[in-house]
Write a protein that binds this ligand. Structure first.
Ligand code: HEC
Length: 118
């Protein structure tokens, strides 16, 4: 064997092995990442629209129930979190004269549980 043959063979085998490995990796299915229970809920994207549609009619400043709770932005919700949780999630007396969908209730619960993200 010439003194160049052996390194050449080694190199060729290395390239073939490398190519085989790379191809194998590319073909392997991606591991399925289990979804976190409960999607991250934000005030701006999810909670504000629900409260705007379902609570503001009575609780916006100047409306008939604004004395009980004045709904006027993020701060007015977080500052009254305990009372809102109580009437929406526990006693379910609000929204007065109506009900929230199961999906809305879940979003509100998740939002409180996740620390009321703005
Ligand atoms: C149809 C009108 C109406 C709607 C809609 C409504 N409320 Fe009320 N809410 C009232 C009235 C009237 C009161 C005061 C009397 C009472 O507590 O029943 C009140 C009281 C409250 C209180 C004070 C409770 C306490 O014990 O201090 C909170 C908090 C509240 N509502 C939250 C909400 C939230 C959150 C929504 C929307 C999911 C909502 N309300 C929808 C009429 C309404």
């Amino acid at each position: 064997m010439s003194k160049y043959t052996s390194p050449l063979i080694t190199l060729t085998i290395s390239i073939i092995l490398l190519a085989a490995c790379t191809k194998k990796q590319a073909e392997e299915p991606k591991p399925v990442v289990p979804e976190k229970p409960g999607i991250q809920v934000s005030y701006a994207a999810t909670i504000q629209p629900i409260f705007q549609a379902r609570c503001a009619g009575c609780h916006a400043p100047g409306r008939k129930a604004s004395a009980a709770w004045s709904f006027d932005g993020y701060g007015t919700v977080t500052a009254n979190a305990a009372r809102i949780k109580q009437v929406v999630l526990v006693s379910k007396t609000m929204p007065l004269g109506g009900t929230l969908s199961a999906a809305d209730l879940q979003s509100i619960k998740d939002w409180f549980d996740q620390g009321m993200k703005q």
